[in-house]
Write a new protein. Structure first.
Lengths: 313, 55
């Protein structure tokens, strides 16, 4: 290129050189396609590049499940499909513990309600074996009772259910007698305990044949109490009362009337409940006549027995 | 003398009374060697002096 002080110039040549330099400098502006924009390619002067005119804009939406719609031109809409058991999607929340819907979802409140119910339920793991049953051991406390054996029945022992042999529950039985000597009733008009001082049997050791002459069963339940009174009277006159006592008081009269003969037997029975600890039974005789009334030995007239047997709980 | 005869001596109207059989007055003997005693006294008159309830 000529300078301002050059005297001779070759203008055509000079312009060609100038034009080539400009073309070289502006080379990046060449090219490009319709719609493209010019962008700096680097920090170097005159370093440009043609790029697509889509910088920072959404030019299209591709929708995949559970989204619907989408597109790359015109008005683009996007939706979300309903969720079902077959497809993912939007789900309506529901606060219910009774709904049977298959298209809604539970909220924490309903989940907690269900959880609380489940937590308060008897765990299935309580039972382990075929035939197990469950019973309470207190408030909100349970335990298992394994199946019993064939023929057993459910009963209660020590305050809890248990299996026992059918008909296996039992209580004591006894038969008291008068032995050694006849007993003369000491006073008329006086209820006198009949001193049965012998025992044919006493399975539970519940009859006292030495001191109190009373039956105090150690198994609670209903008993049949039998009394056979044999009296020898000087004369068949004067009222006679033959009673069974319970806990020191008259419970039932087996006989109340005149003696039918000078020697007679009276047999009777009654059912009585015993608590298995403190309840007891005794036999008393009362006569109005002051003539001699004798309670002979059991073996003499096959009378004067006092017996009882447990019937049921 | 028995407890019965002692009572009748004190209250003669008790002679032959049903009170001793019907439970109004219960004289009892537990065949324990302690003898007769008054187990119950529901008679219209109070227990006479010299007598007691129980053994």
């Amino acid at each position: 290129m000529p300078t301002a002080t050059d005297l001779v110039t070759d203008l055509p040549a000079d312009f060609e050189v100038f034009g080539q330099a400009v073309a070289t400098s502006m080379a990046d502006l060449l090219g490009g396609t319709s719609g493209q924009i010019l962008a700096k390619n680097s920090n170097t002067d005159m370093d440009f590049v043609w790029i697509a005119n889509d910088q920072g804009d959404i030019t299209g939406i591709t929708a995949t499940s559970p989204l619907t719609g989408g597109g790359s031109s015109g008005a683009v809409t996007v939706g979300i499909q309903d969720g079902t058991t077959a497809q993912k999607g939007a789900v309506q929340l529901e606060n219910s513990t009774s709904s049977t819907s298959t298209t809604t979802a539970a909220v924490p409140a309903s989940v907690k309600t269900s959880y609380d119910l489940a937590a308060a339920a008897i765990p299935k793991s309580t039972v382990t074996t075929n035939g197990d049953i469950i019973y309470a051991t207190g408030s909100a406390a349970v335990t298992r009772l394994g199946i019993g054996s064939a023929g057993q029945v459910l009963t209660v022992a020590s305050g809890v259910p248990s299996w026992a042999a059918a008909g296996g529950a039992s209580g004591p039985t006894f038969r008291a007698t008068r032995i050694t000597t006849d007993y003369t009733i000491p006073s008329a008009n006086t209820f006198t305990k009949m001193p049965f001082n012998g025992e044919d049997w006493d399975t539970g050791g519940c009859y006292d044949s030495t001191t109190n002459f009373r039956f105090t069963p150690t198994t609670a339940g209903y008993y049949e109490i039998n009394g056979n009174c044999n009296l020898l009277v000087d004369a068949p006159v004067g009222r006679i009362i033959y009673s069974v006592y319970r806990n020191g008081s008259a419970w039932a009269r087996f006989y109340d009337g005149l003696p039918p003969a000078s020697s007679f037997n009276i047999t009777s029975s009654v059912q009585m409940y015993f608590n298995g600890s403190t309840d007891y039974a005794e036999m008393y005789i009362w006569t109005a006549s002051s003539t001699t009334r004798t309670m002979p030995l059991t073996v003499s007239y096959l009378g004067n027995t006092f017996d009882g047997v447990w019937i049921r709980s | 003398m028995t407890l019965y005869s002692d009572l009748v001596a004190t209250l003669p109207e008790l002679e032959g009374s049903d009170a001793f059989a019907d439970g109004t007055i219960i004289l009892q003997n537990d065949s324990d060697g302690a003898g007769d005693y008054i187990a119950k006294w529901d008679y219209a008159k109070p227990l006479p002096k010299g007598f007691k309830i129980g053994k």
